[in-house]
Design a protein around this ligand. Structure first.
Ligand code: FES
Length: 344
């Protein structure tokens, strides 16, 4: 059923198709709606349902607080599919337009390959049949047949030459519904429904500033894409890439890190495992620097002032939040030059 949605504060009604969320309908219409995770976890897309009805994809979504739920009319636009004409009161974003971002679409892809990188992490390659447009650092929602959606970042920039394949680094979560589907049920050749691209923590074009790119865990995927884009766009630009992991064995895709090193990035790695010292595996010559400890401490040790840097950050929410606090308060990082993706 197609319904009409009025976003108060924005001009004109928006048409919302069957199974389309308010967020996607608004973005498709060119509205600068606020969002971050597009999957119910962060609360950035919280809005007020003034009238009408919506179906909620994830009733217990962490992005709504108990207080929000008690109010009764608070919704997450990324989890709400209208079932009747609606009026929604949503915050309006300030600042630059989002016109560079491709409109998120729902398309069917096919699993082309799944290569194990570690016992719980794999590189998934999906074929979209036609070229797909996205910005380096963005993500897509992969949807299981029973409607579970999970966000995964593309591990490379879009291929301007028209390739139809896209790679994702995916870590299995014990007991996770999406993990058991992606790792145990989907076979090479099977169809996978995908929605995207989403995300605003992408490589910013035209900047001459030096850049620091920081990845924790599977935050490696968007940071690989962003770092490659920055270096290809401007070969003379200084880019420092920091990779953080709990164990040395969690560091993957050394060949891609080597390529970024060849393109000019300084690549540093931090391993939290205290037994790591002096045990660098073969192939680690690619790193200009390797240390034991948290990646954010590594960055803080290297830099006393980051006020003239662009900073890209992706990884688990706790790591990203701690890093943001440290970089802004203690290293002078500028809030409007910080681009981050929290995995919630
Ligand atoms: Fe909707 Fe994160 S964008 S909850």
């Amino acid at each position: 059923m197609t319904v009409t949605v009025n976003f108060s504060g924005y001009e004109g009604p928006v048409t919302c198709g069957p199974e389309e969320t308010l967020l996607r309908a608004g973005l498709r219409a060119g509205l600068a709606l606020p969002y971050e995770c597009a999957s119910g976890g962060c609360g950035s897309c919280r809005a007020q349902l003034v009238d009408g009805e919506v179906k909620t994809l994830w009733p217990d979504a962490a992005g709504l607080s108990e207080r929000d739920r008690r109010r009764g009319n608070r919704i997450l636009m990324c989890q709400s599919v209208p079932t009747a004409d609606c009026t929604v009161k949503a915050p309006i974003l300030d600042g630059p337009t989002v016109s560079r971002e491709a409109v998120p679409e729902r398309v069917t892809s096919r699993l082309l390959g799944r290569v194990e990188l570690t016992p719980d992490t794999a590189l998934f390659t999906l074929d979209f049949r036609s070229p797909i447009d996205f910005l380096p650092g963005q993500f897509m929602l992969l949807e299981s047949p029973d409607g579970v959606r999970r966000a995964y970042s593309m591990a490379h920039p879009a291929d301007g030459a028209g390739s139809t394949t896209v790679e994702f680094i995916i870590r299995a979560k014990p007991g996770g519904a999406a993990s058991s589907w992606l790792f145990d049920k989907v076979q090479v050749g099977d169809e996978i429904l995908v929605e995207g691209p989403y995300g605003r923590a992408y490589a910013q074009p035209g900047s001459e500033r030096p850049a620091v790119c920081i990845a924790g865990g599977t935050g490696l995927a968007p940071i690989l894409a962003i770092t490659e884009e920055l270096l290809v766009e401007n070969r003379g630009r200084r880019v420092d890439l920091y990779i953080g992991a709990r164990m040395a064995g969690d560091i993957v895709l050394l060949d891609r890190l080597a390529r970024l090193n060849e393109l000019g990035a300084r690549v540093a790695v931090s391993v939290e495992d205290p037994d790591f010292a002096g045990t660098e595996p073969a192939g680690w010559a690619v790193f200009d620097d390797s240390r034991v400890g948290r990646v954010i401490d590594h960055v803080a040790d290297d830099w006393t002032d980051l006020s003239d840097h662009d900073i890209y950050l992706a990884g688990p929410a706790g790591m990203v939040d701690a890093a943001l606090r440290a970089l802004v308060r203690e290293r002078g990082a500028s809030a409007d030059r910080l681009f981050f993706d929290r995995f919630i």
